[in-house]
Design a protein around this ligand. Structure first.
Ligand code: HEC
Ligand code: HEC
Length: 290
């Protein structure tokens, strides 16, 4: 073999070997993290907590948008499916699929982002739902149990190459259970009332996943690159907005200057919030000076 051939082969071999090494490391790291089991017990409720399916319906279909991922009728739906990111499937939540689950197991999936076998669930937004009160979580489960059965088999979730690299290099928090403080307090009840405290509760369970825990906004970590950053909802961001401006933004998706608020801001859902919920959110935002 001529020398220059040997040299170029050697030069070529280095990146090939390191790419293969990288791919191997990514797959080992991702598989380890996906197959890790979390030692979290099924959630237990105070004995006097009783769920009301009617109140659960508002939480599931409007306030916390479960249907956006799990599908209308909650029979399961594809959240994302492309070659780069892979397929993410939000499972069937009707009794056809959950009848063998205990309330505590369903509550653990919602609060902790952990499946029936203790595995971390992909993008299931438990960072918001861990703040649910016991009463609201009981309402949610009562509603799921009251749904008409949808006999549709679940499709598997499988991360694609780009999602795997993003996860392995910690650039996308796809496994929500990994970053949660699982010992957050589990309050018995949050009274629906026109107060900043109730507004903070709604913001934690329904807005902070996108607008960040400071509500200062910024890029949405698990979103596709074409999503606009979430807006700053503190006084710095909303500036001279009045309560009526906020109500109009939430109800019709139009800012005081007439511009339209773009997706993924869920205007279809916030348009159906109760007056009390919007009022409470406004009172809370007023307390966020910067
Ligand atoms: C952003 C999309 C999204 C939203 C919003 C969402 N989920 Fe999920 N959820 C998922 C995905 C995806 C999975 C499955 C992940 C996996 O298999 O790793 C899941 C799993 C679950 C599971 C476990 C079911 C099973 O068979 O493993 C339950 C229970 C659940 N979600 C309830 C809810 C409830 C209740 C809400 C609203 C309060 C909700 N989800 C909102 C995406 C979402
Ligand atoms: C799925 C992600 C997502 C969720 C959940 C979400 N938002 Fe947004 N929101 C956005 C994005 C993105 C924008 C910016 C859209 C744009 O650039 O037009 C936005 C914009 C807004 C605006 C307009 C502010 C301005 O000046 O641009 C308001 C008000 C707002 N959101 C309030 C809320 C409240 C209150 C909640 C919770 C009840 C919430 N959002 C939940 C993504 C979200």
């Amino acid at each position: 073999m001529k020398n220059w051939v040997k040299v170029s082969l050697a030069v070529f071999a280095v990146p090939v070997i390191s790419l293969a090494g990288l791919a191997g490391w990514v797959s080992v790291s991702v598989n380890q993290r996906l197959s890790k089991t979390y030692d979290i017990q099924p959630v237990s409720f105070k004995a006097d907590i009783k769920g009301n399916p009617k109140l659960g319906e508002h939480i599931v279909t409007i306030r916390n948008g479960c249907i956006d991922c799990h599908g209308k009728g909650l029979g399961g739906a594809t959240v994302m499916d492309n070659g780069a990111m892979g397929k993410v499937y939000a499972p069937n939540l009707t009794p056809a699929a959950l009848k063998d689950w205990t309330d505590g197991e369903i509550a653990r999936a919602i609060r902790h982002g952990v499946g029936r076998k203790g595995q971390p669930l992909v993008i299931m937004p438990a960072e918001e739902y861990i703040h649910f009160s016991q009463t609201d979580l009981a309402h949610v489960i009562a509603y799921l149990r009251s749904l008409p059965e949808v006999s549709k088999p679940n499709e598997p979730t499988k991360l694609g190459p780009v999602a795997s690299v993003l996860l392995a290099t910690d650039r996308a928090p796809l496994l929500i259970a990994e970053k949660l403080n699982h010992s957050q307090p589990f309050s018995a009840e949050q009274k629906p009332e026109a107060s900043a405290a109730y507004g903070e509760y709604i913001a934690k369970t329904a807005c902070m996943g996108c607008h960040q825990s400071s509500l200062k906004g910024g890029p949405i970590a698990v979103g596709p690159p074409d999503w606009p950053p979430a807006s700053d909802l503190t006084q710095t961001g909303l500036g001279t907005w009045k309560e009526a401006d906020f109500v109009q933004a939430m109800r019709s998706g139009v800012r005081p200057d007439g511009s339209k608020i773009k997706p993924p801001m869920p205007i279809k859902l916030t348009a159906q919030y109760s007056d009390l919920e919007i009022k409470a959110l406004w009172l809370y935002l007023q307390t966020l000076k910067s």
